[in-house]
Design a protein around this ligand. Structure first.
Ligand code: SUD
Ligand code: ADP
Length: 270
């Protein structure tokens, strides 16, 4: 079986307070973007994981695809599989690529072994892999709360808009980004901003709380965001904890970026 795990952007990201478990309570809108990895899971005599494409930091044995398999293996005594991942989504970018691979491994195993896990049950397993893994068990934009694993569908469509994603050659660690945050309740809740403020007015009203501290350490990420505005973006922001930034345009643009900036662009179809 083959799947194409997408990445995500965060439309607004408010860090509300630090929880007693060390995580931060947040509210964000996860929005899927069809810049995807390629994931294959097939029955095998022995468990095997291989990868191609871009390098993935860390020990391959800790890959989220393998962690997903072991999570279900523990409860369902699954037969062995061979997993191959072709990596395309930049890592450490605030795009959730690893989280997506883990969640899609759960989805493929659910189908391959007819486990009949519901989307809710899949989301609960995914939440054990990481705070933004649960989102990737759904296919539509979701409001994320809690540590990001509590999902509520949101009636929001960017269909027909042109999206540009750009990731500079900077690795922002998620834990480091959270450590740089002073949590605070926002003046306006995220759902209210997203559903009552038109896209043309999001600039200055839709905030990613990671931006001030990450931009202070990495001014080139802010410069990239401003570059998208100068190119005509209606709204631009850093995604998640960074380093990727995105711009939403009313019409297609053809932008050239400095060497080392990995980018994707396309018309959103949902
Ligand atoms: C920041 C966000 C925003 O969407 O995405 P990315 O920028 O990574 O894409 C997510 O919260 C990242 O989710 P994820 O990458 O799954 O985080 P996890 O593996 O669960 O946690 C990694 C570390 O980030 C911190 N963390 C994560 C989530 C959260 N709500 N509070 C936290 O404080 C903790 O220090 C934790 O040890
Ligand atoms: N399949 C995977 N793809 C990418 N990263 C993975 C994967 N499995 C585990 N990881 C680990 O997760 C970390 C961050 O993953 P990722 O979700 O891509 O970050 P971000 O959400 O910040 O874009 C990587 O640095 C890597 O060490």
């Amino acid at each position: 079986m083959v799947a194409f795990p997408p990445c995500k952007i965060n439309l607004g990201l408010h860090i509300l307070y630090k929880r007693t478990d060390g995580y931060h309570a947040l509210e964000t809108c996860f929005y899927p973007v069809p810049w995807t990895d390629i994931l294959e899971v097939i029955p095998s005599d022995t468990l095997a994981f291989s990868q191609s494409g871009d390098a993935i930091p860390g020990d391959p044995h800790d890959n989220l695809c393998l962690r997903a398999y072991h999570l279900l293996q523990k409860d369902f005594h699954l037969s062995p599989v061979r997993i191959h991942l072709h990596k395309i989504i930049p890592t450490g970018a605030g795009l959730g690529g690893g989280s997506s691979d883990g969640a899609y491994t759960l989805r493929l195993l659910n189908d391959l072994f007819n486990l009949h896990l519901t989307p809710t049950a899949l989301a609960a397993y995914a939440a054990q892999l990481g705070s933004d893994c649960a989102f990737f068990t759904q296919d539509a934009p979701q409001l994320g709360t809690g540590r990001g694993e509590i999902l509520t569908p949101i009636d929001l469509s960017l269909k027909g808009k042109f999206l540009v994603l750009a990731k500079p050659p900077i690795h922002v660690s998620t834990a480091e980004a959270y450590a740089g945050i002073t949590p605070a309740a926002p003046a306006t809740g995220l759902t209210q901003t997203l559903t009552q403020v038109p896209l043309a007015a999001w600039k200055g009203q839709l905030h990613n709380d990671f931006e001030p501290s990450v931009f202070a350490r990495h001014p080139s990420i802010e410069a990239l965001k401003e570059r998208l505005y100068r190119a005509g973006a209606v709204y631009a922001s850093m995604s998640g904890s960074g380093a990727a930034v995105f711009g939403i345009f009313d019409k297609g643009v053809d932008l050239a970026f400095d060497a080392g900036v990995v980018h994707w662009s396309g018309v959103l179809t949902r």
